[in-house]
Design a protein around this ligand. Structure first.
Ligand code: NAI
Length: 314
């Protein structure tokens, strides 16, 4: 049984969807939880203190310990306020679950620069801001764990250019934070979830961002089995001090959990390579056989340097 007695967790975006179930699970296993949620619409506009407070009430009614915080993760001031809430209420921070997110689905180029700014500032900026504000406390914790929430949008979609850019950035953030946390025992991992929340509604109109009219109810689908609770089980595993994983991305949904990883092909090399050489060898360059999965940049650099082609002897 993975318990969180004596640990303080911040869960961002915990007023709804997956953040709510992450917070409920951690609290049910003894964590003191800061329920952060700005409470806005799915596209990030507006604010409402109701969702965060409702989850606090739910946790307290079940005998758990929680406080609400309605600051936005998208600003450094907001992030510092969230961490201050944790420190004032509970004396520190052991766990940060970066979950807050928005969705502004559009085709390209209807996606505007403003969409990109908004997605970057909530997803990437928010995770950076909150983790950075919490870092001095995480360094002091004997059980510091950070979880970031990326998305399978990183695999590519015509509708999620701004969202996917921000979610892709989170992979770089998470892997580099794992490097920064290594000397302090802080483990940092990512999830790429699928769950039935307002954000994953299959009937969302990509250009309106609103739900389209559902013409006929076709009965339960696989979508109905994608419970937010399934994702929270993965988050609780990654948030627990027994978890030794770091810098990894776990894909999860409906009870299935898998690892997403970054790999490099064996490639092709020639010191005086020409565009024609590349065209002639693109099959070998892309050949996935014997791919290599780098651990970090130090290990990768050794691998890379050993493969820099020697000039042809004269
Ligand atoms: P949701 O919309 O139900 O919950 C997101 C929560 O974040 C909302 O309550 C919202 O008020 C809050 N939030 C938004 N901006 C905020 C800000 N600036 N500061 C504080 N709180 C803010 O969505 P869901 O599905 O639970 O999403 C949770 C996370 O999972 C998001 O990061 C999302 O991008 C990600 N995700 C969701 C997928 C899904 O299948 N539902 C798929 C892949 C990723």
């Amino acid at each position: 049984m993975l318990e969180f007695e004596g640990r303080t967790a911040i869960v961002t975006g915990a007023g709804r969807g997956m953040g709510r179930t992450h917070a409920l699970l951690l609290a049910s296993r003894g964590a003191r939880v800061v329920i952060n949620d700005l409470g806005g619409a799915m596209d990030g506009t507006g604010a409402d203190a109701g969702p965060a407070q409702a989850v606090v009430d739910e946790i307290r009614a079940a005998g758990g310990t929680a406080v609400a915080d309605t600051s936005s993760v998208a600003t450094t001031e907001g992030a510092e306020a969230i961490v201050a809430t944790a420190v004032e209420a509970f004396g520190g921070v052991d766990i940060v679950i970066n979950n807050a997110g928005i969705l502004t689905p559009h085709t390209f180029p209807d996606t505007g620069a403003e969409d990109l700014d908004r997605n970057l500032s909530v997803h990437l900026g928010g995770s950076f801001n909150v983790t950075r504000a919490a870092w001095p406390h995480l360094v002091k914790s004997p059980a510091a764990r950070v979880v970031l929430t990326t998305s399978c949008a990183l695999f590519g979609s015509p509708f999620l250019v701004a969202y996917g850019a921000a979610k892709g950035g989170l992979i770089g953030l998470g892997r580099n934070l794992a490097g920064a946390g290594a000397e302090h025992g802080i483990k940092v991992n990512l999830i790429a979830p699928y769950a039935k929340t307002r954000m994953a509604d299959p009937d969302i109109d990509v250009n309106e961002g609103a739900r389209t009219e559902v013409v006929a109810d076709e009965g339960p689908t696989v979508f109905d089995r994608l419970l937010p609770e399934n994702i929270s089980a993965v988050v609780a595993f990654l948030a627990h001090e027994s978890c030794e994983l770091t810098g990894e991305v776990l894909s999860c949904g409906g009870g299935r959990v898998a690892r997403i990883f970054f790999a490099e092909t064996q490639g092709y090399g020639k010191a005086d390579v020409t565009p024609e050489d590349i065209a002639a060898n693109i099959g070998q360059i892309c050949d996935e056989r014997d791919y290599y999965v780098p651990e970090d940049i130090t290990v990768y650099t050794t691998f890379f340097m050993e493969r820099v082609p020697e000039p042809a002897s004269v």
